[in-house]
Design a protein around this ligand. Structure first.
Ligand SMILES: Nc1ncnc2c1ncn2[C@@H]1O[C@H](COP(=O)(O)OP(=O)(O)OP(=O)(O)O)[C@@H](O)[C@H]1O
Ligand SMILES: [Mg+2]
Length: 264
């Protein structure tokens, strides 16, 4: 049975997409069968993997609308050993077009069909706590929260944690568990005292809930998407490529050891 992990934080630019793409590629590197779902209308994960949006027959939006099946929407990227459900800008209209009662569970219902075919399904979310992020959370077994090592890093996390609590409570009614996979510190500038202070602050707040791996700031992480490839395929020995491999190992190790940690 595959594990579904949402990569979420309503704060923009914290490394959600970079983590989704490179954790997916690293899990695939370790032989796991991985599906990456792009739930962001900006479709950065889609373009970061070199998928040409104008050539797409179907995207996650058509799947949510029931216009196309999930099977006919999956793009197989043999060179990265990854499957992707791409997004296009049309996804931005989902909020107004999808109005029925069970709207938060749409992605969950669609992913059910393919869940067993994968070891991991990762869902990249947009910088909001709206319908698309809620669909990502309600479809998932856990959430991975990237936090950028910068001033005001944990600002706004209370809202995310409150949302996570509501999702947890609602899923419990359906006999489903929902946990925090871990908090991932990203874009640490190792040379600055300020960066390490944020590491300390986040660790003292989340304790065990923080991944041991800290993603440092590294130019290869910025450049790889412009070539439409994960960092591993751009510069395999780049620090960020190695660190995402180390994160993948932690995620694999954590499987089954679900964290029930509560945060106030
Ligand atoms: N380890 C890193 N080192 C250097 N730059 C990075 C690193 N990780 C991400 N970046 C850069 O930071 C920016 C934001 O990253 P990313 O797009 O992954 O964040 P996001 O949370 O998905 O943003 P959004 O909220 O807009 O979806 C991008 O330009 C990305 O290339
Ligand atoms: Mg993004």
């Amino acid at each position: 049975m595959g594990k579904i992990i949402a990569i979420s934080n309503q704060k923009g630019g914290v490394g959600k997409t970079t983590t989704s793409v490179n954790l997916a590629a690293s899990l695939a590197y370790y032989g796991k069968k991985v599906l990456l779902v792009d739930m962001d209308p900006q479709s950065s994960a889609t373009t970061s993997l070199g998928i040409n949006r104008s050539m797409l027959y179907s995207s996650v939006f058509q799947v949510l609308m029931g216009e196309k099946t999930i099977e006919e929407t999956i793009v197989t990227l043999d060179k990265f050993k990854l499957d992707v459900i791409p997004a296009t800008i049309e996804l931005a209209t989902a909020e107004i077009k999808i109005a029925h009662e069970d709207r938060n569970y749409l992605l969950f219902e669609k992913l059910k069909k393919v869940k067993d075919q994968y070891d991991y399904i990762l869902i990249d979310s947009p910088p909001s706590l709206g319908l698309l992020t809620l669909n990502a959370l309600y479809a998932s077994d856990s959430v991975l929260i990237p936090v950028q090592c910068q001033f005001l890093a944990i600002d706004g996390l209370t809202q995310l944690l409150n949302t996570i609590r509501v999702v947890q409570a609602n899923l419990k009614l359906h006999n489903r568990k929902f946990t925090i996979e871990g908090v991932l510190l990203t874009m640490l500038d190792r040379r600055t005292k300020a960066g390490w202070e944020i590491v300390h602050e986040v660790k003292s707040y989340f304790g065990e809930g923080v991944f041991d791996t800290i993603i440092t700031s590294n130019v290869a992480a910025q450049v790889a998407p412009t070539y439409g490839v994960p960092i591993l395929n751009y510069q395999a020995n780049a620090p960020s490529a190695q660190l995402y491999k180390s994160l993948a190992k932690e995620v694999i190790r954590n499987n089954g050891r679900k964290k029930e940690t509560q945060y106030s």
